[in-house]
Design a protein around this ligand. Structure first.
Ligand code: SF4
Ligand code: SF4
Length: 115
């Protein structure tokens, strides 16, 4: 997910559509209100009985509250597991096809908002 300091990182300049499309949900034990948790609880909504999601992504095609205007995750070190597990490249080094689809969606969204 959003960017690392690596010129070959496809996340750079992507616009992080992954953070603006999915409902970003995860097990509630990752919240910092639980022992060993790390995701800021204040930035989340409860999804009973045992899950939570990032604010802004409750219904999908929203925008994660932690996505900065610079396109970077503002809680990168504390992002939930679902964000850590979404690969921008596959094992063979190719760009994740989901990223390609998401970028197309994001470009359409931007074009619509500008017309
Ligand atoms: S859509 Fe893919 S390339 Fe873009 S920020 Fe997300 S993981 Fe990175
Ligand atoms: S927590 Fe960070 S990486 Fe995860 S969806 Fe939000 S902005 Fe993206």
């Amino acid at each position: 997910m959003p960017p690392l300091a690596d010129d070959d990182n496809p996340c750079i300049g992507c616009g992080a559509p992954c953070c603006q499309y999915f409902r970003v949900s995860f097990y509630q034990g990752e919240l910092d209100c639980y022992p060993g948790g790390f995701v800021p609880t204040a930035l989340t909504q409860a999804l009973p009985p045992f899950r939570a999601c990032m604010n802004g992504t409750e219904v999908g095609k929203g925008r994660c509250v932690a996505l900065g205007t610079d396109g970077l995750c503002q809680i990168y070190e504390h992002r939930p597991s679902v964000c850590r597990d979404f690969p921008n490249r596959l094992a063979d080094g190719q760009l994740n096809p989901e990223c390609v689809k998401l970028k197309a969606w994001y470009q359409d969204k931007r074009a619509s908002s500008q017309s």
